[in-house]
Design a protein around this ligand. Structure first.
Ligand SMILES: [Zn+2]
Length: 355
């Protein structure tokens, strides 16, 4: 191998994906909301010796710029740019390859993605690299034809600056930052399964234009729900791969697939999905929980430090305990630990393509 560590885009990003597929592993794609979570992901990847994907939802990007920023629309753009610049500066020093993505953008959020592409175009002109490796366009609420036509137009612009697109076919259950479908418990959830014919259509339209990945639905759900609600059927991914391979005479697993709603999934189903060409598994709920759980337990261990600056009984100063670095660090450490499990589940531990 031998890819330079740091943010990977274009051919380097595709080489990281090919390495994962050839090596039979996948990378976690972790949603971040600030430098704390970004640094935890970088630390976790370096510790595991794995490459990783860092991504922002539109809400995460807004939070990155500051919830108090007066213009929310602008904050979603500036926050994503700020996060990307932070990652570009640091990723290389952590010694692993990092792909930068944005998460679900429905039709309403197309202007957000377009503004970010504008920033990448300027970054490309200045440095030869886009700011982001890939953006996701989730038009699964539109007709298949419209979904693919709009994605194709977007990819045409992105491919010119070495960017990749992630599209969604079928519906990932649950909701991510206001995009997606609330899961109706016990309802007929047949819309949660992607049709292989739709995937073939996407391949036919997009592969001549540029690099793309597909979030295909196989019963995966955002968030963590009680078990038994939806059946994970990873074989749907295999059927899509087989149809494209048969139709076009490609090699094995031609599609680059993305597993959304990875939180709470059984390791065996994750491993099975990886054998069908999944190279990226999104994880958010489980890393949020890891962060919160550790902060919660720190608060329980040091209750007085969060009520008094100085102990009212014996005058002990609590500055050392309430210093945000103390409890934010607990959250980071717990996130780093949870991610070691994600790398292990996906088989990427020790497999970084960076040299
Ligand atoms: Zn998702």
């Amino acid at each position: 191998m031998g890819i330079r560590p740091g943010v990977v885009t274009g051919k380097d990003y595709q080489a990281v994906i090919e390495a994962a597929k050839a090596g039979g592993y996948a990378l976690p794609a972790v949603n971040v909301v600030g430098t704390d979570s970004v640094n935890a992901v970088l630390e976790a990847a370096a510790k595991a010796g794995s490459d990783v994907v860092i991504q922002l939802s539109n809400g995460g990007a807004q939070f990155f710029a500051g919830k108090g920023y007066p213009d929310a629309t602008e904050a979603k753009v500036l926050g994503a740019v700020s996060a990307a610049q932070h990652v570009h500066l640091l990723a290389e020093r952590y010694g692993v390859c990092v792909a930068l993505h944005t998460d679900h953008a429905n039709k309403k959020l197309i202007p957000w993605v377009e503004a970010l592409i504008g920033h990448s175009e300027r970054h490309f002109e200045a440095t030869g690299k886009p700011l982001f490796s890939s953006h996701m366009l989730d038009l699964s609420e539109e007709t298949l034809e419209e979904n693919i036509a709009l994605s194709k137009a977007m990819l045409t612009r992105m491919a010119a600056i070495d960017m990749s697109i992630e599209i969604e076919l079928g519906v990932t259950g649950g909701e991510e930052d206001g995009v997606g479908h609330e899961l109706v418990e016990g309802a007929d959830n047949s819309h949660l399964y992607t049709q292989p014919e739709d995937v073939l259509y996407a391949w036919n339209e997009l592969s001549p234009v540029g690099h793309f990945s597909v979030a295909a639905s196989f019963g995966n759900v955002h968030g963590v729900y009680k078990p038994g609600n939806v059946q994970l059927r990873p074989e749907i991914l295999r059927n899509s791969q087989d149809l494209v391979q048969r139709t076009h005479g490609t090699g094995h697993n031609p599609l680059h697939l993305v597993f959304h709603g990875g939180s709470g999934s059984e390791p065996a189903k994750i491993a099975e999905a990886v054998t069908y060409g999944v190279f990226k598994m999104n994880i958010d709920t489980d890393t949020q929980w890891a962060f919160a759980k550790a902060v919660g337990s720190y608060l329980r261990d040091n209750p007085k430090a969060f009520l008094h600056q100085i102990d009212p009984d014996d005058g002990t100063p609590y500055k050392k305990q309430y210093d945000p670095r103390k409890w934010l660090r607990k959250g980071e450490e717990s996130m780093v630990e949870r991610l070691q499990r994600a790398f292990a589940d996906l088989g990427s531990t020790g497999r970084s393509a960076a040299r």
